[in-house]
Design a protein around this ligand. Structure first.
Ligand code: G1P
Length: 268
């Protein structure tokens, strides 16, 4: 059973500057809730009971959001606006925070979760990718594959050839429709991507990833890349990729963020 999840939210959000100088990308509003609220809800819906959010010095706002505001609750009841108090409720799940003091990359951030994960499998959700879907849950789909094979699983999606250089890209052997045995993985291939299947922000790892993460040196962008650790793990352990056939919105891309807002607006 996968009961723990890690949400790395310590990046600078460079694709969204200048707003991310003061407003973390995870706090971008999506129909009145911050993006990270949807991520936490996706995790809870998928059966996660404990979450570790990795933040940085400038992301205390994320911590504040998941905390209670007794002052505001008191104000609302005194101002005869108690009906608004339920809006302040955050998802019912145990959330812990840890600070990454230096943005050394996604691999380094996930490394900080080693004690939290202990000897258990754990999920990783990248909070800039929102899978908004009424009937399917991206993490749940990834966890279902873990439950069957008890191996690490990566959520992937087919993307356009010209965009592959922005993602981790897998190479695999198809086992069943949309399910692959991963044979290789490359972070942001600048030439000859091994397939059109890009890593799409949802993972389940067995704790076997940690020794590989611990010895991973900075890679592309001078950052410690999670993908590089996965690549090394593949030399010893099997891993699966599951195609996530559902709409996904990347908050780092203004156009997709606008499309998401539009979609949420129409849904109301
Ligand atoms: C990260 C990962 C990459 C993955 C992408 C989207 O890259 O390193 O492998 O494809 O997220 O999930 P980033 O977008 O942080 O550069």
């Amino acid at each position: 059973m996968v009961k723990k999840a890690v949400i790395p939210a310590a990046g600078y959000g460079t694709r969204n500057l200048p707003i991310t100088k003061v407003l973390p990308k995870e706090m971008f509003p999506v129909a009145g809730r911050p993006a990270i609220d949807y991520i936490v809800r996706e995790a809870v819906e998928a059966g996660i009971e404990e979450i570790l959010i990795i933040i940085s010095r400038s992301k205390n706002m994320v911590m504040d959001y998941f905390d209670r505001s007794l002052e505001l609750e008191m104000f609302l009841s005194q101002a005869e606006k108690s009906h608004l108090i339920p809006l302040l409720e955050t998802p019912k799940v145990h959330i812990q925070f840890i600070r990454q003091s230096y943005a050394k990359g996604l691999g380094d951030a996930v490394c900080l979760a080693e004690r939290f994960a202990g000897n258990e499998p754990f999920a990783v959700l990248l909070p800039d990718l929102l899978f908004i879907n009424e009937t399917a849950n991206a993490l749940q789909k990834t966890i279902a594959v873990y439950n069957e094979y008890k191996e690490s699983v990566i959520g992937v999606k087919a993307v356009k050839e010209e965009d592959l250089k922005l993602y981790g890209v897998i190479k695999g052997t198809e086992l069943a429709e949309g399910l692959y045995d991963i044979t290789d993985i490359i972070e942001k291939p600048q030439t000859s991507p091994p397939s059109n299947l890009a890593v799409m922000g949802r993972y389940v790892f067995t704790p076997e990833i940690f020794p590989f993460l611990n010895e991973t040196l900075p890679g592309i962008g001078n950052e410690i890349q999670l993908t590089d650790a996965i690549k090394k793990m593949l030399t010893k352990y099997e891993a699966k990729a599951q195609v996530l056939e559902m709409d996904c919105f990347d908050l780092g891309k203004n156009e997709e963020y606008m499309t998401l807002l539009n979609y949420m607006f129409k849904k109301k």
